[in-house]
Design a protein around this ligand. Structure first.
Ligand code: ADP
Ligand code: F6P
Length: 340
C-alpha cells in the first residue's frame, strides 16, 4: 500500500470498517483480463465474508439497478475469457451531478458499502466524484488496453493487446516481404502511444508515429530510403490512432505525395480489444482484485490499485486522474536504433 497518510479512509484508524456488501462493475472500453479482476474481487471478497454484487453495464447499469449477485461458482470459466461478462458501457450523462446523486441513492438503497470500479481514467473520474460528493467508498482497478493511466506501470489488457498487435504485424511482415511492400499498421490507444511503442519495439517497426514521438513524414521517408539503399525491400510503419481512427490512411497519402512510395494500410482497431488474456494480464488482474478487497478491509478508499516496480500497491485517485503518462524518450531512442 501507499504511505498510510496518502490514502483517504472511510473508517477511523483501528476500527473495523462496515464492509458486508460491495458492488463491482466494469466501465469504459473493455479489456482482456477484466473478467479475471472481477473473479478475484468476488472470490477474495467471499473469502473475507463480503457479499459481492455485479453491476452490469457500468454507470448505465448502476442507474438502472441492473444487479447480479455473484458467487464463487459463477466465476468459473471466466478467468481465460476476454471482454467482461458484466458488460460495460459509456454514460456521458454521469458528468451531471444530479445523475450522480441519483446513482448514490441507488447505491445506498442497494446496501453497497463500497464500489470497485474496473475501468480507465474516465471511469475513475466518475467513481472519485461518488466519494467526494456522496462519501461512497470507491477503489479503482485499472482496466484498459491503452496503459495510459498515470501511477501504474501496467493496466489490465495492455499486455494482451500488444501481443495481439505483434502477432498481427509478424503476419503482415510475411506478405510485405513477399511483395517488397511498405505497410502502415494502425493500433488503438487513443492519443497515448504505449501500445504503439511496445508493439513497434517488439515487431521491429521502421517508424512509430504517436503523440510523444516527434518523428515526421519526411523522417519516415528518409528512413525508408536509407533502408532501400542498404537493401531493405519492405518496411512496416506503426501509427497510433490518435483522436481519429484511420489516420494511417492520411499518413499513407502524405508519404505517396511526398515520395511516390505506395503504402498498404492495415487498421488493427478492435482486434486489439479481444482475445484470451495473457498470463501477465490474468495474474495482474487477480492480484489487483485481491488488493482492492485488502484496501477496503483496511478502511482505505478513493484509491487505485497500481503495479509499481513489480508490486501491487494503492495510490490516491487524486494523484492519478487527469494526469498524462508520457512514453519515456529512451524507449523511443531504442526503437529508432534497433530499426536501422
Ligand atoms: P475509460 O474509463 O476507459 O477512460 P471513458 O472515458 O469513456 O472510459 O469513461 C467511461 C465512463 O466514465 C463515461 O461514459 C462516464 O459514464 C464516466 N465518466 C467519464 N468522465 C467523467 C467525468 N468527467 N465525470 C463523471 N463521469 C465521467
Ligand atoms: O480506451 C480504450 C480504447 O480501446 C481506445 O484505445 C480506443 O480509441 C477506444 O477505446 C475505442 O472506444 P470504442 O470501443 O467505444 O469505439
Amino acid at each position: 500500500m501507499s504511505e498510510l497518510s496518502d490514502l483517504d479512509r472511510f473508517c477511523p484508524e483501528g476500527q473495523a470498517p462496515k464492509l458486508q456488501h460491495i458492488g463491482v462493475f466494469t466501465s469504459g472500453g473493455d479489456a482482456p483480463g477484466m473478467n479475471a479482476a472481477i473473479r478475484s474481487v468476488v472470490r477474495t471478497g467471499i473469502q473475507n465474508g463480503i457479499q459481492v454484487t455485479g453491476i452490469r453495464q457500468g454507470y448505465r447499469g448502476l442507474l438502472a439497478s441492473e444487479f447480479e449477485p455473484l458467487d464463487s461458482r459463477r466465476m468459473g470459466n471466466t478467468l481465460q475469457r476476454g471482454g467482461t461478462f458484466l458488460k460495460t458501457a459509456r454514460l456521458p450523462e454521469f458528468k451531471d451531478s444530479n445523475i450522480r446523486k441519483k446513482a448514490a441513492e441507488i447505491v445506498r438503497d442497494a446496501g453497497f458499502d463500497a464500489l470497485v470500479c474496473i475501468g480507465g481514467d474516465g471511469s475513475f473520474t466518475g467513481a472519485r466524484l461518488l466519494w467526494t460528493e456522496h462519501k461512497i467508498p470507491v477503489i479503482g482497478i485499472p482496466g484498459t488496453i491503452d496503459n495510459d493511466i498515470f501511477g501504474t506501470e501496467a493496466t489490465i489488457g495492455f499486455d494482451t493487446a500488444v501481443n495481439a498487435a505483434v502477432e498481427a504485424i509478424d503476419r503482415i511482415r510475411d506478405t510485405a516481404d513477399s511483395h517488397d511492400r511498405l505497410f502502415i499498421v494502425e493500433v488503438m490507444g487513443r492519443d497515448s502511444g504505449f501500445i504503439a511503442i511496445e508493439t513497434g519495439l517488439a515487431a521491429g517497426a521502421e517508424e512509430i508515429f504517436f503523440t510523444d514521438n516527434p518523428v515526421t513524414v519526411d523522417d519516415a521517408i528518409d528512413h525508408i530510403r536509407r533502408g532501400i539503399t542498404s537493401g531493405k525491400k519492405s518496411s512496416i510503419l506503426i501509427a497510433a490512432e490518435g483522436q481519429k481512427p484511420g489516420r494511417a490512411y492520411d499518413l499513407a497519402e502524405s508519404i505517396r505525395k511526398k515520395s511516390g512510395f505506395e503504402a498498404k494500410v492495415c487498421i488493427l482497431g478492435h482486434v486489439l480489444r479481444g482475445g484470451a488474456p495473457t498470463v501477465f494480464d490474468r495474474n495482474l488482474a487477480s492480484r489487483m482484485g485481491a488488493g482492492a478487497i485488502e484496501a477496503l478491509r483496511r478502511g482505505y478508499c478513493d484509491a487505485m490499485m497500481a503495479f509499481v516496480r513489480g508490486r501491487i500497491t494503492a495510490v490516491p485517485l487524486r494523484e492519478v486522474i487527469g494526469k498524462r503518462k508520457h512514453v519515456p524518450a529512451e524507449w523511443i531512442k531504442l526503437a529508432q536504433t534497433l530499426s536501422n
